[in-house]
Design a protein around this ligand. Structure first.
Ligand SMILES: [Zn+2]
Length: 148
């Protein structure tokens, strides 16, 4: 038996943490996972770390695998004009005064007493439709569910 099995290689890198080593940790100040210098440790676990970005010294927090919540592909970065123009691309026909007794389809244009001109962009449920208004506002409005 000249060579032993390389069992020890399965040890994770985390078990080799040294004071002064660099580790990734979440920094409360940076509000993100940044590189930190280990200041103190217990066994293989860093206990105090110094953020290399903002120099804050704080307790070690293991970097969470930040599953970035996909930025909502919503209005945020879009101007009301862009939202409205986008909606208008799908618009069909002439605007009709909004009525809960109307069975709207996507692309239907309507005018609402309070919100103004709108376009139906989505049917949220059999009785609710999503309407984008010229102000960029998105409202859920009732619509009539008609049996065919
Ligand atoms: Zn920091």
């Amino acid at each position: 038996m000249s060579k032993r099995k390389p069992v020890e290689e399965t040890e994770s890198k985390a078990s080799r943490v040294e004071v002064g080593a660099h580790v990734d940790a979440s920094c409360g100040k940076c509000k993100s996972v940044t590189s930190h210098i280990v200041i103190a440790k217990i066994d293989a676990t860093p206990t105090r770390v110094e953020c290399r970005v903002c120099a804050a010294v704080h307790a070690y927090r293991a970097p969470r695998r930040v599953v970035k919540t996909a930025p909502t592909p919503r209005a945020e970065s879009r101007t009301p004009e862009a939202i409205w123009q986008d909606a208008m691309k799908r618009a069909r026909g002439a605007a009709v005064p909004y009525s809960t007794r109307e069975n709207y389809a996507v692309g239907a244009r309507l005018t609402h007493a309070s919100f103004g001109d709108g376009v139906v962009t989505r049917l949220s449920s059999p009785t609710v439709c999503e309407v984008v208004f010229e102000t960029g506002a998105v409202k859920l409005l009732m619509r009539e569910l008609r049996g065919t």
